[in-house]
Ligand binder design. Structure first.
Ligand code: FMN
Ligand code: FE2
Ligand code: FE2
Length: 404
């Protein structure tokens, strides 16, 4: 049985959701699963926009067959050649051998690398600003290099005002019948997984995302159809998610909050930041978040660092360096190009505390970090005589939160 849904008069959702997968890209935990979206346009010509992961290929093929109702598939627009959207191409080619692939030069290079089926003779190469008319619909193509991969492009349906955005504007999480954002109780429910998805997968390429956002800004976009997550189908929600993307991709803190990341072997460092959090709360600081870096998956930590304005990294010393999970977090944040944050370092060590220096070495390679005074070096456990120091630390953090 097909499971497709109508988006506009002749545009249909034909993707599917995988709730069995534990880690997307074999890396990111997806406790709520993931959706692989694909869209079919039934015009004078039939057009498919991207395909799906093999895990949902059966429902996808059934959806297409049902909607085509005996017609042939004329075109497949390939906005992204990554396997989660292209694996099913091979099966599609077997079923619809006359199909024409629409992509850019890089798309076809990748296609030939990934697949053995004949690509030459089946291609229509497009460039920035190229258009394709399929009857009622005219599509324009907009290159979006590194908005995940180098071949990525976005396709705009000028007729129905739909922007097919590739991975951009996607979220983790399966779709459960409701494919539109306004079929959910509140768009805010999508935010943590949209943020975790963006920051971990595309976060590194903020400059490229900014360039694409500027490029598509003049277009009248009524729908955003991404390759994961729900369809953004009303103006208010679209403006809201565009604003989030603008913040994330410019590395602007999204909220005026503090997040404390700690790495602690026996709990003494953890205890110190618990004391600090209470001091902060007493100073009126709200919405404090704390994470044990050895406990919480790093993808959630990356997302939280992109969200907040002030970041505290507190860690045990470890073999003349820093606790390894903390080192991994900092290196990953650096790899994701995190910028424009106020940062406080706290260390603990029993014989030669080395954590602050090791953390600072990584952080000094990040752009535009306001390193707050770190005078809090703990010897094994917080000493009652250090209370004044903890109070001062809390004051410095509060000030950093209030500084624009
Ligand atoms: C494997 C290991 C390596 C350590 N290396 C150092 C070190 O190089 N320098 C140091 O001062 N303390 C070192 N320590 C001691 C811890 O940093 C210290 O006891 C810890 O910070 C106490 O805080 P915690 O309870 O939060 O882990 C090490 C501890 C362990 C278990
Ligand atoms: Fe991708
Ligand atoms: Fe994807």
């Amino acid at each position: 049985m097909h499971q497709s849904r109508k988006i506009t008069d002749d545009v249909y959702y034909v993707g599917g959701s995988d709730r069995r997968i534990s880690r997307f890209e074999n890396v990111f935990p997806v406790p709520d699963g993931i959706a692989y979206n694909s869209y079919l346009v039934l015009d004078e010509k039939t057009v498919l926009l991207d395909t799906v992961d093999l895990s949902v290929s059966r429902v996808f093929l059934e959806n297409i067959e049902h909607l085509l109702n005996g017609r042939k598939l004329d075109y497949v627009i390939i906005n992204h050649m990554e396997c989660d959207h292209s694996c099913t191409l091979e099966e599609l080619v077997l079923r619809y051998p006359d199909i024409q692939f629409i992509g850019n030069a890089k798309t076809f290079t990748f296609m030939k690398q990934f697949f053995k089926f004949p690509v030459d003779g089946h291609t229509i190469e497009v460039k920035e600003g190229s258009t394709l008319t399929t009857g009622k619909h005219t599509f324009s193509f907009h290159m979006a290099p590194m908005v995940h991969w180098p071949e990525v492009m976005m396709t705009y349906d000028t007729t129905e005002k739909i922007m097919f955005t590739s991975d951009a504007f996607g979220t983790f999480g399966a779709l459960n019948g409701n494919i539109f954002v306004d079929e959910l109780e509140d768009r805010i429910l999508l935010l943590p997984e949209a943020r975790r998805y963006y920051t971990n997968i595309v976060g590194k390429y903020g400059a490229q995302v900014q360039a694409v956002l500027k490029k598509i800004a003049p277009l009248d976009i009524r729908y955003i159809c991404a390759l994961h997550g729900p369809v953004w189908n009303n103006q208010e929600d679209i403006a809201w998610i565009l604003d989030k993307y603008n913040k994330w991709s410019s590395y602007t803190p999204e909220t005026e909050d503090i997040v404390i990341f700690y790495g602690s072997i026996y709990g003494n460092t953890e205890n110190a930041v618990n004391v600090l959090s209470v001091k902060l709360a007493q100073l009126g600081v709200k919405n404090i978040k704390m994470y044990d870096v050895a406990e919480t998956d790093i993808s959630y930590l990356i997302a939280e660092a992109f969200r907040a304005k002030v970041l505290v990294f507190a860690s045990s010393s470890y073999n003349a360096g820093v606790f390894d999970k903390m080192e991994y977090l900092l290196l990953d944040l650096k790899a994701h190009n995190i910028q424009n944050r106020s940062v406080m370092l706290i260390e603990n060590g029993s014989w030669a505390p080395s954590a602050a220096k090791a953390m600072n070495e990584i952080i000094s390679g990040m752009k535009n970090i306001n390193l707050l005074n770190h005078n809090l070096s703990i010897k094994s456990q917080l000493n009652p005589e250090q209370e004044e120091q903890i109070d001062a630390t809390a004051q410095v953090l509060k000030q950093a939160l209030q500084t624009s």
